[in-house]
Design a protein around this ligand. Structure first.
Ligand SMILES: C[S@@+](CC[C@H](N)C(=O)[O-])C[C@H]1O[C@@H](n2cnc3c(N)ncnc32)[C@H](O)[C@@H]1O
Length: 249
């Protein structure tokens, strides 16, 4: 339990950071992330226990999922990131991760490394890997999944934006500019069949979609809202959504 003075000091430190994740730091202090992180756990079907398992969190940002895996019993957790930790987005960096790790008294390990540099030699191999919200930032998605597979021993939990939902065959949208969310770091939108196909090609044998894209009526409503609110393309929006996958070796 923190004294009032120490709690206020923590609140001041937290308020000085632009957070992505909403992390409960204890003592009633929760970071003001733009992401409703705790809500994602059920959609991801995040395992209740990681007892005795090693976990690699690729693209960890503020580390919410790394700290959660540690809290759920993982024997070792390694958080990796590069773009945000290197100040790639001017409004964000690694300060959130560092403060959360210190405040939580976490033993999670960290490494600043690009997805494409992941290999057993560089980071080792892990029972479980997280690749959450990163695939669509990849210019070379199949190559990235090859690197992810090379360090995954048992299970991958993947969450991604999907696009090209008009096709049941494997297909992928390519974003040469800032057409998705006005974010030039979004490069590709594979459809679910393409995600599954790529995961098979890189060595995953069993693939389960645990959260799928919503139905067309929901997407039409969402797309109309984004068109009115933000001026995004209506037609692009109805073919765009998100899925979560558990894939096993
Ligand atoms: C949308 S955020 C997702 C954060 C977190 N995994 C989650 O799901 O809440 C994407 C993350 O991927 C990281 N990232 C993007 N490109 C990367 C790359 N080439 N190598 C490593 N990390 C990358 C970003 O820095 C950022 O932290």
């Amino acid at each position: 339990m923190l004294s009032d003075h120490d709690k206020q000091q923590l609140i001041d430190q937290v308020d000085a950071i632009n957070w992505y994740h909403s992390i409960d730091l204890g003592n009633g202090v929760v970071t003001k992330g733009i992401d409703n992180s705790a809500n994602k756990l059920s959609r991801l079907k995040f395992p209740e226990s990681f007892d005795g398992l090693s976990v690699l969190d690729i693209g960890a940002w503020d580390g919410f999922f790394s700290f959660e895996a540690e809290r759920r019993g993982a024997s070792r957790v390694l958080s990796t990131d590069s773009f945000i930790w290197n100040g790639g987005a001017q409004w964000a960096g690694k300060a959130g991760y560092d403060l959360a790790k210190k405040t939580l008294g976490s033993k999670v390990e960290e490494k600043n490394i690009d997805v494409l540099d992941l290999s057993p030699e560089e980071v080792g191999e892990f029972d479980v890997t997280f690749f959450l919200g990163v695939l669509y930032h990849m210019k070379h998605p199949l190559l990235a999944l090859e690197r992810v597979s090379s360090v995954t021993k048992k299970m991958l939990i993947l969450e991604t934006a999907v696009d090209a939902l008009w096709s049941r065959r494997p297909a992928m949208a390519f974003y040469p500019g800032s057409e998705v969310g006005c974010d030039p770091t979004n490069w590709c939108g594979p459809n679910p069949a393409a995600v599954i196909g790529m995961l098979k090609v890189v060595g995953f044998k069993r693939i389960e979609i645990v959260a799928s894209s919503r139905n067309i009526f929901w997407r039409i409503l969402k797309s109309a809202y984004h068109k009115l609110k933000k001026g995004h393309s209506f037609w692009q929006g109805i073919h765009y959504d998100r899925i979560a996958i558990h894939a096993y070796k």
